[in-house]
Design a protein around this ligand. Structure first.
Ligand SMILES: [Fe+2]
Length: 415
């Protein structure tokens, strides 16, 4: 019994000892509640600040992407690409992405030739006519910040350029510039400025994003260059076709170009969109291209045509349509020239369409084609005066021609 009592006392002492040790350890491992709160509070505040900063950055990036997307959509429009205003629109859009910049320019560089293609805050008309040596401006393979760039440039150019630059350049305090490069070749330069007395410096965001925007701008410049080249190529091909027709049919010399210009003039007076004016011009140039398939003995016959000969000549709108319709690019033009001999009263050819069923551009071509034919010499008759031709056109209003177009045509200042 004594042994049992001793064992119970020893066991109790051991348990109490263990509990005491555990209590001490537990106390040692638990931090002070005040320190813990402070630690977590400061981390939470730091994280909140970080998240708020990221949110602002994210909103700015989203806004910039939206602006950039709008800009690319705008400058990709058919009626803008290839035009002088193309780079002005790009520059206007780019400057909205850098709110602290209040002026800037885009320059084109061709080997050592530097020319301004768009300016904001500069006198573009004064700068545009000249080509400058690139070395005056310097090399900027990376984004470069410059102080008083225009003053420094005016200092180092030859005397004859000092006057131009002094008059055309704004007083700027800070500029950010970079050369535009594609495939290792420098094709241009982009510069944005802060005028004297305005913002102090470029924002961190502008400095970070400038290189990316320069790369986008370089791509847009390249696209523009190829589109202009492609346009020239197409134009050359169409002109060649028209020249071949003029050699073939001596009486059409100059006729196609007159028809194209006059048709475009009517289109402008009617307020047609630029894309329609372009179609009208090209359709005017090639409207008689199908005549290449009509024998020269018929085309250049001095006397009256037989019924069979006339029926063959009447096929030229459809033949022209078939030739041009094989090209996807020329299908709209093909459709317009197919119907350039339809009449308002439905007695024309090839499909005897009438009234507004005849495409508007074909109705315009029909009118100016007849007018220009009447006012130029033909194998079978001499030309009429513009006044006499206009009287005949007026008489045919509502029969052969669309009355509203006749009214527009007769209101034009002179043909
Ligand atoms: Fe014709």
């Amino acid at each position: 019994m004594k042994n049992v009592l001793i064992a119970a006392i020893v066991l109790s002492a051991l348990l109490n000892g263990a509990l005491f040790v555990l209590l001490i350890r537990s106390k040692r491992n638990t931090p002070n509640p005040t320190v813990k709160e402070e630690f977590f509070t400061s981390r939470i505040v730091a994280l909140e600040n970080e998240i708020a900063g990221l949110r602002v950055d994210n909103e700015c990036v989203t806004d910039q992407l939206k602006s950039l997307s709008t800009l690319i959509t705008q400058v990709s429009k058919d009626d803008l690409v290839g035009k002088d205003t193309f780079f002005n629109e790009i520059l206007r859009g780019l400057l909205t992405l850098f709110p602290e910049a209040d002026s800037g320019y885009i320059a084109k560089i061709d080997r050592n030739d530097w020319s301004f293609v768009a300016c904001r805050g500069y006198d573009f008309e004064r700068l545009k006519p000249f080509r400058y040596r690139r070395e005056f401006f310097g090399l900027f393979p990376v984004p470069t910040e410059l102080d008083n760039a225009s003053d420094a440039l005016i200092e180092r150019v030859p005397p004859y350029m000092k006057e131009i630059f002094s008059e055309a350049f704004p007083q700027v305090s800070r500029s950010l510039t970079m050369d535009l490069e594609v495939g290792g070749q420098v094709i241009g330069n982009f510069c944005i400025d802060i005028r004297k007395g305005n913002a102090v410096s470029f924002s961190e965001r502008t400095l970070r994003g400038f290189r990316d925007y320069c790369q986008i701008l370089a791509s847009l410049m390249t696209v523009q260059k190829y589109i202009v080249m492609q346009g020239r190529f197409q134009k050359d091909i169409v002109y060649s076709m028209v020249k071949i027709l003029e050699i073939y049919d001596s009486y059409t010399k100059g006729h196609s170009e007159h028809v194209a210009m006059l048709a475009e003039q009517i289109g402008k007076t009617l307020g047609l969109p630029v894309s329609d004016l372009q179609t009208l011009y090209w359709a005017g140039l090639v409207h008689d291209i199908g005549k290449i398939l009509v024998p020269t003995s018929i085309l250049n016959k001095p006397g009256k045509l037989t019924l069979d000969e006339y029926e063959m000549v009447k096929k030229h709108p459809v033949w022209g349509y078939q030739v041009l319709n094989t090209s996807e690019e020329l299908q709209e033009i093909a459709f317009i020239i197919k119907h350039h001999h339809e009449r308002w009263d439905g007695n024309g050819y090839p499909d005897r369409l009438s009234g507004v069923d005849i495409p508007l551009l074909s109705r315009i071509l029909a009118l100016v084609d007849t007018y220009d034919s009447m006012t130029s010499d033909r194998a079978y008759r001499t030309s009429l005066s513009p006044e006499d031709a206009k009287h005949i056109i007026a008489r045919l209003s509502g029969n052969q021609f669309d009355p509203s177009l006749v009214e527009t045509f007769l209101s034009l200042p002179s043909q």
